[in-house]
Design a protein around this ligand. Structure first.
Ligand code: IMP
Ligand code: MG
Length: 183
């Protein structure tokens, strides 16, 4: 078998996290979360659309019973920065009981923190046992609201990232690796 060399799909992109690096880290996260949760059933809530690929890999690295659901949030503002006004366009399904349950939110990337601050507050109104957050990437540069992140895949200082679920105006989500988009 030859060695696979991943070239950026276009010259404005620089590889930040390869599929191998992502995959190894997800195995570690899966073990860490499984040990912390024990035998309790988790309710895992993914934030659409960005988290769908990360969540698909993460749930297969877990060793705990889990129910899965998704929410979709809309944050108003410019193309590149959220204004702080967040609303829900798809809520947790009514048949997914949250009261008294251990909830794990799965997010692709945390930027200002406004989306997760809003969602945590929203979920806590259902009186779950706990709400923990697993973010694939913690992007530190533009945090406006402190949010406690229980599990983090990677810390990245800055830059606009695409691939592995992350998009720029709906492009690049399907790339298996993560790139920084250079403007
Ligand atoms: P926050 O509310 O500012 O933390 O924004 C979170 C949302 O903005 C994430 O769930 C992403 O959908 C999107 N986002 C923030 N930074 C990036 C990025 O570098 N690439 C792709 N999407 C991003
Ligand atoms: Mg998102």
């Amino acid at each position: 078998m030859g060695v696979l060399v991943t070239l950026p799909p276009n010259p404005r992109m620089e590889l930040v996290l390869s599929r191998e690096t992502i995959s190894r880290r997800i195995q570690e996260l899966g073990q860490e979360i499984s040990q912390a949760v024990g035998d309790d059933e988790l309710v895992i809530i993914g934030i659409l659309k960005g988290a769908f690929i990360f969540m698909a890999d993460l749930v297969r690295a877990l060793n705990v019973p889990a129910k899965l659901d998704f929410v979709r949030l809309k944050s108003y503002g410019s193309l590149t920065e959220s204004s702080g006004q967040v609303s829900i366009t798809k809520d947790v399904e009514p048949d997914i009981e949250l009261r008294g349950r251990k909830v794990l939110v799965v997010e692709d990337i945390v930027d200002t923190g406004l989306t997760l601050a809003f969602l945590r507050n929203h979920l806590e109104q259902h009186q779950p046992h706990s709400v923990q957050i697993c973010a694939m990437i913690d992007k530190l540069e533009r945090r406006k609201r402190y949010v406690e992140l229980d599990y983090v895949g990677f810390e990245v200082a800055r830059g606009y990232l695409v691939g592995y679920g992350l998009d720029s105006a709906e492009k690049y989500r399907c790339l298996p690796d993560i790139y920084e988009l250079k403007v």
